[in-house]
Write a protein that binds this ligand. Structure first.
Ligand code: GLC
Length: 547
C-alpha cells in the first residue's frame, strides 16, 4: 500500500481523455444522411459536458472514400461531404472555446489513387520522376505478369496492382498495403518528406493540437522489397517497423518543437512486441500510442493484470504515458466482445457473428469503463462507447461499404458494424442523427432497439452508461489526473483486479462468479453497477475512498 502522494502538475496529454469522432457517423448537420462538421459543431456542448479533454477526428480530408477517408486525395482540403476548410477552422475555434483540444488523423503511409501525385505518376509514363514518389516496380515472370514480391495487403489479397500504360501496354506494378485505391508513398523520396512537413505546418497553423498518425509503423520499406517468404519472422517484416521510420518521427518532433504550446503525436502502432512498440515513444519521437494489447485482452483478471503490468513496464523507462483503449473504428465494439464466450480479440480473426450476450457484454463494458478511467495515463473513448453501443452484426451484404468485405471475398464482413450512425434521440426517423425533416436514410441503417440507448434516453438516467461515463470522467478529473503514472496492486483474490492510485483511492473489479467483500471503512465513490450491501457482484467495478 502507498501513502498519499503530493499531486504533480502534468502536461495535458499525459492524462487526457480523448474522444474519437468518426465524422460520417457522429451527427448529420445538413440532412444528407452523412455525418459532417456541422453536426459535430452542434454537439460540442454534449462533448464538453461528457467531460473529455480532446477530440480526435478520423480523416476529414477530400477523399473518394474507398476506405472511409483513409484514401486522401488532398491533405489540405475538407471533403465536401463533411464541410469546407472555413468550417473546420470554425470547428477548431469553437472546440477550443469549450475547452476541448483537437487532434486530426494524418495518413502518411499512402494516399488516394485520385491524389494529384498518383494521377501525375500514371500520366508521366515509365521511368518518370513522378513515379518515384510511389513504389512502381516491374513484375516478375517472362513478361512481368507476376507481382514483384509476395507481400499481402492488410485488407486481404495481394499488395500489388499492375497498371496499363497510356498506349495500352501492361506496365509495372504499384504497391498498396491496403486497398488498390491507396498507393503506398515512397518515404525514401525527399518530396514525400517535404510535403508531409508542409501538411503538418498547414494544420498546426490552424490551431490543431496534435495528430493521430495512421499506420505509424508502416512508412519505411526494406531496401530491395524482398519476399516475406513462407515462414516469416513477424518481428522482422520488410514492410513494417523498419528502423528508418524513426528518423521521420524525430524530424516531425523537431518540427513540433518550433510551436510554443503543447502539441502532440499519437501513433497507431500495431506491432508484435512491447520492445518494438516502445521505440516509437522515445522522448524525441511520438508522445503516445494506442495500447492495442489492452484492447485485445480477454475479460479476465490475470490477463488484464498482465497487460497492465507489461504496459507500465514498457512506458516507464522511456517516460511515455500509458494509454488505455477499449474500442475504435476498426475493431468489434467491446460490448459485443465481452458478451462472447471467448472475450479476447484478434484483428486478423474478428469472429464476427460469434454469439454474444449483450446484457453480459454491457455489464462488463461498464466495469471496463471505470477500470480504464482509473488507470494511470491517457484514455481513448470511441464514439458510442459512452452509450454502451454493441457491434451491429446483422447488416445485409448490400449495405456493407468497408473494402475489407470485398477484398477478403466476404470472409471478413468488415468494420461497418462499429461505424453505425449514433442515436441522439428516441423517436425521430434516424434517431436524431439527421436533422428533423431530413428525407434521406442514414448511410448505414441503425437498429431499432437503439432508440432506448439514445443520448436523450440516457441523459439524466442515473443507471445509464452515459451517466456512468460522465460521473467517471468528472471524478477522474478531480481525483486522479495529477497523480504519478503508477499504481499499487492490492491482493483481493485471484478473480479481482484491485489497485490504489494513492492512499485514499482504490479501484476494485470483480471478475469472479462470487461476490467480493468491500474493505472495512471504505466509502463508495462510484460503481459500475448496483452493489449488494457491502459486497461487489461479479463483473462490477467500484471506486472506493479509503480513510
Ligand atoms: C488504419 C485505420 C484504418 C484504415 C487503415 C488504412 O489502420 O485505422 O481504418 O483502414 O489504417 O489507412
Amino acid at each position: 500500500m502507498i501513502t498519499t502522494v503530493a499531486p504533480t502538475k502534468t502536461a495535458w496529454w499525459r492524462h487526457a481523455a480523448i474522444y474519437q469522432i468518426y465524422v460520417r457517423s457522429f451527427a448529420d448537420g445538413n440532412g444528407d444522411g452523412m455525418g459532417d462538421l456541422a453536426g459535430v459543431r452542434d454537439r460540442l456542448p454534449y462533448l464538453r459536458d461528457l467531460g473529455v479533454d480532446a477530440l480526435w477526428f478520423n480523416p476529414w480530408y477530400a477523399s473518394p472514400m474507398a476506405d472511409g477517408g483513409y484514401d486522401v486525395a488532398d491533405y489540405r482540403a475538407i471533403d465536401p461531404v463533411f464541410g469546407d476548410l472555413a468550417e473546420a477552422e470554425q470547428l477548431i475555434a469553437e472546440a477550443h472555446a469549450h475547452g476541448l483540444r483537437v487532434l486530426v488523423d494524418l495518413v502518411p503511409n499512402h494516399c488516394s489513387d485520385q491524389h494529384a501525385w498518383f494521377q501525375e505518376a500514371l500520366a508521366a509514363g515509365p521511368g518518370s520522376p513522378a513515379r518515384e514518389r510511389f513504389w512502381f516496380v516491374p513484375g516478375r515472370g517472362a513478361h512481368g505478369e507476376l507481382p514483384p514480391n509476395d507481400w499481402q495487403s492488410y485488407f486481404g489479397g495481394g499488395a500489388w496492382t499492375r497498371i496499363t500504360e497510356a498506349d495500352g501496354i501492361p506496365g509495372p506494378w504499384y504497391l498498396h498495403m491496403f486497398s488498390p485505391q491507396q498507393p503506398d508513398l515512397n518515404w525514401e523520396h525527399a518530396d514525400v518528406r517535404a510535403e508531409f512537413e508542409e501538411v503538418l505546418h498547414f494544420w498546426l497553423r490552424r490551431g490543431i493540437d496534435g495528430f493521430r498518425i495512421d499506420v505509424a509503423h508502416g512508412l519505411a520499406k526494406k531496401a530491395g522489397l524482398p519476399d516475406v517468404g513462407p515462414t516469416p519472422d513477424v518481428t522482422d517484416l520488410p514492410y513494417q517497423d523498419r528502423p528508418e521510420v524513426h528518423d521521420v518521427y524525430r524530424s516531425w518532433r523537431r518540427l513540433l518543437g518550433t510551436y510554443d504550446d503543447d502539441r502532440i503525436f499519437v501513433g497507431e502502432v500495431w506491432l508484435p512486441t512491447p520492445e518494438q512498440f516502445a521505440r516509437y515513444l522515445r522522448p524525441d519521437e511520438l508522445h503516445s500510442a494506442f495500447n492495442f494489447d489492452f484492447l485485445c485482452s480477454a475479460w479476465d483478471a490475470a490477463a488484464l493484470r498482465g497487460v497492465v503490468n507489461a504496459t507500465l513496464a514498457a512506458h516507464e523507462p522511456i517516460g511515455a504515458p500509458p494509454t488505455w483503449v477499449l474500442s475504435n473504428h476498426d475493431t468489434i465494439r467491446h460490448v459485443t466482445r465481452y458478451g462472447r464466450e471467448d472475450t479476447s480479440f484478434d484483428m486478423g480473426d474478428k469472429r464476427l457473428g460469434d454469439p454474444s450476450d449483450p446484457v453480459l457484454g454491457r455489464r462488463r463494458a461498464r466495469a471496463a469503463a471505470l477500470l480504464t478511467l482509473a488507470l494511470p495515463g491517457g484514455v481513448y473513448i470511441y464514439q458510442g462507447d459512452e452509450l454502451g453501443l454493441a457491434e451491429v452484426q446483422d447488416l445485409p451484404d448490400g449495405v456493407l461499404q468497408d473494402p475489407t468485405f470485398v477484398r477478403s471475398q466476404g470472409v471478413d464482413r468488415g468494420r461497418d458494424g462499429c461505424r453505425i450512425p449514433l442515436p441522439w434521440s428516441s423517436d425521430s426517423p434516424s434517431l436524431g442523427y439527421s436533422p428533423a425533416g431530413a428525407e434521406v436514410e442514414p448511410w448505414l441503417p441503425q437498429p431499432a432497439e437503439w432508440a432506448s440507448l439514445s443520448v436523450e434516453a440516457q441523459l439524466g438516467d442515473s443507471g445509464s452508461v452515459l451517466e456512468l461515463y460522465r460521473a467517471g470522467l468528472e471524478l477522474r478529473r478531480r481525483e486522479l489526473i495529477d497523480l504519478p503514472e503508477a499504481l499499487t496492486w492490492v491482493d483481493a483474490g485471484v478473480s479481482t483486479l484491485c489497485f490504489d492510485r494513492h492512499g485514499g483511492f482504490r479501484c476494485l473489479v470483480n471478475f469472479g462468479s462470487t461476490a467480493v467483500e468491500l474493505p472495512e471503512g471504505a466509502t463508495v465513490l462510484l460503481s459500475s453497477g448496483p452493489l449488494n450491501g457491502r459486497t461487489l457482484p461479479t463483473d462490477t467495478c467500484v471506486w472506493l475512498h479509503l480513510e
